[in-house]
Design a protein around this ligand. Sequence first.
Ligand SMILES: N[C@H](CCC[C@H](N)C(=O)O)C(=O)O
Length: 257
Amino acid sequence: MDFFKYQGTGNDFILIDDRHKTFPATDQAFIEHLCHRRFGIGADGLILLQNDSDYDFRMVYFNADGAEGSMCGNGGRCIVRFAHDLGLFDRETRFIAVDGEHTAIVDEESISLKMSAVSGTEDRDGLTFLNTGSPHVVLFVDDLESLDVVAEGRAIRYSDSFQPGGTNVNYAQVLADDTVFVRTYERGVEDETYSCGTGVTAVALAAHQQLALTDPVAIKTIGGNLRVSFKQSGDGTFDTIYLIGPAKRVFAGSITV
Ligand SMILES: N[C@H](CCC[C@H](N)C(=O)O)C(=O)O
């Protein structure tokens, strides 16, 4: 089976051209095996590109645990780059994903992905919670470098406040130049990832709401830099949200199934 490996600021994915719909999408163990960093290809997730009569393509996302996931922002940027590499569109595209329609614009350096609107943040047992296509907790901290993100994040991810289903957990530190450094414990990967697209989007919106940071918010992650632009209307909802940053093909390969 042929596959392609892409990464968006270090969040890495297996991309499959599944326009003939032959991939065993219900085989969770197989997908988990493909994402395994020692016994498989290795990735934070796996993404199918499928045909759709109303859109340029359909995105189907699976976390590294093999289960179909909610929206993946970095994966969205990677599938746009993949579709462009396949010649499916020239500069702008419209596709459908688990959380609805997305549009994106490709240029040499980066992909600007339009994210779903967000109704606002909520307080969940004293923690800031919002859904940017995936569920996220956002905490602002003073010394992010030294934080044990996996231990702290895992405790919140599995806490009763976020059952059933759990949540992703983002720790953020505002730097001197108003860039926000973000580290994320990602649900379904069950580890810290090098970046999380829906996560940095959640951090940017929370930083605007709680710390008055203005659009576009510059984000630094372990895997690279991203920007998040948005508009907030009077009723507190956020829309016209764009996640902007690089997405690159790393290699192509084939694996025996
Ligand atoms: N693991 C996440 C989905 C992927 C999020 C992340 N990879 C992104 O870039 O948004 C979840 O289960 O909520």
